[in-house]
Ligand binder design. Structure first.
Ligand SMILES: C[S@@+](CC[C@H](N)C(=O)[O-])C[C@H]1O[C@@H](n2cnc3c(N)ncnc32)[C@H](O)[C@@H]1O
Length: 210
Protein backbone atom coordinates (compact mmCIF):
# COMPACT_ATOMS: atom_id res chain seq x y z
CA UNK A 1 0.00 0.00 0.00
CA UNK A 2 1.26 3.46 -0.92
CA UNK A 3 2.16 5.54 2.14
CA UNK A 4 -0.59 8.21 2.45
CA UNK A 5 1.96 10.75 3.66
CA UNK A 6 3.27 10.89 0.09
CA UNK A 7 -0.03 12.41 -1.06
CA UNK A 8 -0.59 15.00 1.66
CA UNK A 9 0.48 18.49 0.63
CA UNK A 10 2.77 20.04 3.24
CA UNK A 11 0.53 23.10 3.36
CA UNK A 12 -2.42 20.88 4.35
CA UNK A 13 -0.42 19.14 7.10
CA UNK A 14 1.01 22.36 8.49
CA UNK A 15 -2.31 24.21 8.34
CA UNK A 16 -4.03 21.25 10.00
CA UNK A 17 -1.69 21.00 13.00
CA UNK A 18 -1.63 24.78 13.44
CA UNK A 19 -5.42 25.13 13.64
CA UNK A 20 -6.37 26.62 17.04
CA UNK A 21 -8.53 23.57 17.79
CA UNK A 22 -5.57 21.21 17.18
CA UNK A 23 -2.59 23.36 18.11
CA UNK A 24 0.11 20.65 17.88
CA UNK A 25 2.80 22.48 15.92
CA UNK A 26 4.00 24.62 18.82
CA UNK A 27 3.96 21.67 21.23
CA UNK A 28 6.12 19.57 18.86
CA UNK A 29 8.59 22.40 18.33
CA UNK A 30 8.73 23.05 22.08
CA UNK A 31 9.49 19.39 22.83
CA UNK A 32 12.28 19.47 20.25
CA UNK A 33 13.65 22.64 21.83
CA UNK A 34 13.49 21.05 25.32
CA UNK A 35 15.42 18.01 24.04
CA UNK A 36 18.11 20.23 22.50
CA UNK A 37 18.48 22.19 25.75
CA UNK A 38 18.53 19.06 27.88
CA UNK A 39 21.11 17.09 25.87
CA UNK A 40 23.16 19.81 24.11
CA UNK A 41 23.84 17.40 21.20
CA UNK A 42 26.60 18.12 18.70
CA UNK A 43 24.50 16.22 16.16
CA UNK A 44 20.79 15.60 15.91
CA UNK A 45 18.50 13.69 13.53
CA UNK A 46 14.84 14.68 13.23
CA UNK A 47 12.86 11.69 12.00
CA UNK A 48 9.69 12.61 10.11
CA UNK A 49 10.86 16.21 9.98
CA UNK A 50 8.09 17.37 7.59
CA UNK A 51 8.81 21.02 6.73
CA UNK A 52 11.30 21.49 9.56
CA UNK A 53 8.98 22.39 12.43
CA UNK A 54 11.25 23.47 15.31
CA UNK A 55 14.43 23.82 13.26
CA UNK A 56 14.46 27.50 14.20
CA UNK A 57 15.15 26.39 17.81
CA UNK A 58 18.55 24.90 16.92
CA UNK A 59 21.51 26.70 18.47
CA UNK A 60 24.27 26.19 15.92
CA UNK A 61 26.96 27.07 18.46
CA UNK A 62 25.96 23.83 20.25
CA UNK A 63 24.56 21.61 17.49
CA UNK A 64 26.74 21.63 14.39
CA UNK A 65 25.19 18.75 12.43
CA UNK A 66 21.45 18.47 11.78
CA UNK A 67 19.90 15.62 9.80
CA UNK A 68 16.31 15.82 8.59
CA UNK A 69 14.63 12.61 7.42
CA UNK A 70 11.22 12.24 5.82
CA UNK A 71 9.52 9.88 3.39
CA UNK A 72 7.95 12.76 1.43
CA UNK A 73 10.43 14.33 -1.02
CA UNK A 74 8.35 17.52 -1.26
CA UNK A 75 8.57 18.03 2.50
CA UNK A 76 12.35 17.67 2.33
CA UNK A 77 12.56 20.22 -0.50
CA UNK A 78 10.50 22.67 1.57
CA UNK A 79 12.51 22.13 4.77
CA UNK A 80 15.75 22.52 2.85
CA UNK A 81 14.71 25.76 1.19
CA UNK A 82 13.50 27.17 4.51
CA UNK A 83 16.56 26.36 6.62
CA UNK A 84 19.56 25.63 4.38
CA UNK A 85 20.74 29.25 4.64
CA UNK A 86 20.15 29.71 8.36
CA UNK A 87 21.04 26.37 10.02
CA UNK A 88 24.67 25.32 9.43
CA UNK A 89 25.53 21.63 9.03
CA UNK A 90 22.14 20.63 7.63
CA UNK A 91 21.70 17.43 5.65
CA UNK A 92 18.44 15.97 4.41
CA UNK A 93 17.47 12.44 3.47
CA UNK A 94 14.35 11.18 1.74
CA UNK A 95 13.91 7.77 3.34
CA UNK A 96 11.33 5.32 4.63
CA UNK A 97 12.51 4.46 8.13
CA UNK A 98 10.97 1.00 7.83
CA UNK A 99 13.07 -0.12 4.90
CA UNK A 100 16.50 0.35 3.41
CA UNK A 101 19.22 1.98 5.42
CA UNK A 102 19.49 5.45 6.89
CA UNK A 103 22.50 6.81 5.05
CA UNK A 104 24.02 9.14 7.58
CA UNK A 105 26.61 8.98 10.31
CA UNK A 106 25.08 8.19 13.73
CA UNK A 107 24.06 11.23 15.80
CA UNK A 108 24.00 12.15 19.50
CA UNK A 109 20.25 12.75 19.59
CA UNK A 110 17.43 11.23 17.55
CA UNK A 111 14.11 13.10 17.80
CA UNK A 112 11.07 11.20 16.54
CA UNK A 113 7.73 12.91 17.13
CA UNK A 114 4.38 11.49 16.00
CA UNK A 115 5.82 9.04 13.52
CA UNK A 116 5.55 5.69 15.32
CA UNK A 117 1.79 5.87 14.75
CA UNK A 118 2.47 5.23 11.03
CA UNK A 119 5.29 2.69 10.92
CA UNK A 120 6.22 -0.82 11.98
CA UNK A 121 7.94 -0.48 15.35
CA UNK A 122 10.55 -3.27 15.10
CA UNK A 123 11.78 -2.24 11.65
CA UNK A 124 11.84 1.47 12.45
CA UNK A 125 13.39 1.26 15.90
CA UNK A 126 16.13 -1.04 14.61
CA UNK A 127 17.09 1.63 12.08
CA UNK A 128 16.88 4.42 14.64
CA UNK A 129 19.16 2.45 16.92
CA UNK A 130 21.70 2.31 14.09
CA UNK A 131 21.29 6.06 13.57
CA UNK A 132 22.04 6.84 17.23
CA UNK A 133 25.61 6.67 18.48
CA UNK A 134 26.30 4.40 21.48
CA UNK A 135 25.47 6.42 24.61
CA UNK A 136 23.29 8.81 22.59
CA UNK A 137 19.62 9.57 23.17
CA UNK A 138 16.28 9.03 21.51
CA UNK A 139 13.37 11.35 22.34
CA UNK A 140 9.94 10.26 21.18
CA UNK A 141 6.47 11.81 21.17
CA UNK A 142 3.42 9.52 21.01
CA UNK A 143 -0.25 10.41 20.83
CA UNK A 144 -2.33 8.73 23.53
CA UNK A 145 -5.74 7.19 22.82
CA UNK A 146 -8.85 9.01 23.96
CA UNK A 147 -12.38 7.66 24.09
CA UNK A 148 -14.00 10.99 23.17
CA UNK A 149 -11.52 12.51 20.69
CA UNK A 150 -10.84 11.44 17.08
CA UNK A 151 -7.31 10.08 16.61
CA UNK A 152 -7.15 12.14 13.38
CA UNK A 153 -8.83 15.44 14.23
CA UNK A 154 -11.56 16.61 11.85
CA UNK A 155 -10.44 19.59 9.76
CA UNK A 156 -11.11 21.33 6.45
CA UNK A 157 -7.91 19.77 5.04
CA UNK A 158 -9.45 16.63 3.59
CA UNK A 159 -6.18 15.03 2.51
CA UNK A 160 -5.35 14.49 6.19
CA UNK A 161 -8.24 12.09 6.65
CA UNK A 162 -6.38 9.52 4.51
CA UNK A 163 -4.21 8.95 7.57
CA UNK A 164 -7.08 7.49 9.58
CA UNK A 165 -6.84 4.15 7.77
CA UNK A 166 -3.12 3.66 8.45
CA UNK A 167 -2.74 5.30 11.86
CA UNK A 168 -2.27 3.03 14.86
CA UNK A 169 -1.85 4.57 18.29
CA UNK A 170 1.09 2.99 20.08
CA UNK A 171 1.18 2.76 23.86
CA UNK A 172 4.25 4.08 25.69
CA UNK A 173 4.72 0.60 27.14
CA UNK A 174 4.77 -1.02 23.70
CA UNK A 175 7.28 1.52 22.44
CA UNK A 176 9.50 1.07 25.51
CA UNK A 177 9.38 -2.71 25.16
CA UNK A 178 10.31 -2.63 21.51
CA UNK A 179 12.97 0.03 22.06
CA UNK A 180 14.59 -2.15 24.71
CA UNK A 181 15.05 -4.97 22.19
CA UNK A 182 17.27 -2.70 20.06
CA UNK A 183 19.33 -1.29 22.92
CA UNK A 184 17.37 1.77 24.05
CA UNK A 185 16.61 1.93 27.78
CA UNK A 186 14.01 4.41 28.95
CA UNK A 187 15.24 7.20 31.20
CA UNK A 188 12.13 9.37 31.57
CA UNK A 189 8.58 9.93 30.43
CA UNK A 190 5.98 12.65 30.84
CA UNK A 191 2.40 13.22 29.71
CA UNK A 192 1.23 16.44 28.07
CA UNK A 193 -2.35 17.55 27.53
CA UNK A 194 -3.37 20.14 24.96
CA UNK A 195 -6.39 22.42 25.20
CA UNK A 196 -8.06 20.22 22.57
CA UNK A 197 -8.06 17.41 25.13
CA UNK A 198 -5.52 15.35 23.14
CA UNK A 199 -2.78 13.82 25.25
CA UNK A 200 0.77 12.95 24.31
CA UNK A 201 3.66 11.14 25.97
CA UNK A 202 7.26 12.26 25.62
CA UNK A 203 9.79 9.53 26.39
CA UNK A 204 13.55 9.73 26.61
CA UNK A 205 15.78 6.73 25.92
CA UNK A 206 19.52 6.15 26.13
CA UNK A 207 21.26 3.81 23.69
CA UNK A 208 23.50 1.26 25.32
CA UNK A 209 27.22 1.95 25.04
CA UNK A 210 29.16 -0.30 22.72
C1 LIG B 1 2.63 13.59 12.14
S1 LIG B 1 3.97 14.09 11.13
C2 LIG B 1 5.14 14.66 12.36
C3 LIG B 1 5.93 15.80 11.81
C4 LIG B 1 6.88 16.55 12.70
N1 LIG B 1 7.50 15.71 13.68
C5 LIG B 1 6.30 17.81 13.27
O1 LIG B 1 6.83 18.32 14.25
O2 LIG B 1 5.35 18.38 12.71
C6 LIG B 1 4.71 12.57 10.60
C7 LIG B 1 5.85 12.79 9.61
O3 LIG B 1 6.50 11.54 9.41
C8 LIG B 1 6.70 11.33 8.03
N2 LIG B 1 6.67 9.88 7.81
C9 LIG B 1 5.60 9.06 7.86
N3 LIG B 1 5.96 7.78 7.63
C10 LIG B 1 7.30 7.80 7.42
C11 LIG B 1 8.25 6.78 7.14
N4 LIG B 1 7.90 5.50 7.00
N5 LIG B 1 9.56 7.15 6.99
C12 LIG B 1 9.93 8.45 7.11
N6 LIG B 1 9.06 9.47 7.37
C13 LIG B 1 7.76 9.15 7.53
C14 LIG B 1 5.56 12.06 7.34
O4 LIG B 1 5.84 12.35 5.99
C15 LIG B 1 5.42 13.29 8.24
O5 LIG B 1 6.26 14.34 7.82
Amino acid sequence: MRNPWLDIPLSDYESHISMPAIDQADMLAAQFSDALLRFSPESVAVIGCAGGNGFDKIDSSVTSRVVGVDINPGYIVAASSRFQGSVPGLEFHVADIQSGSLAFEPVDLVYAALIFEYVSLPESLGRLSGACRPGGCLVTVLQLPSSDIHAVSPSPYRSIQALASCMRLVSPEELAGCAATVGFSQESGKTLALRSGKKFVVQTYRRADG
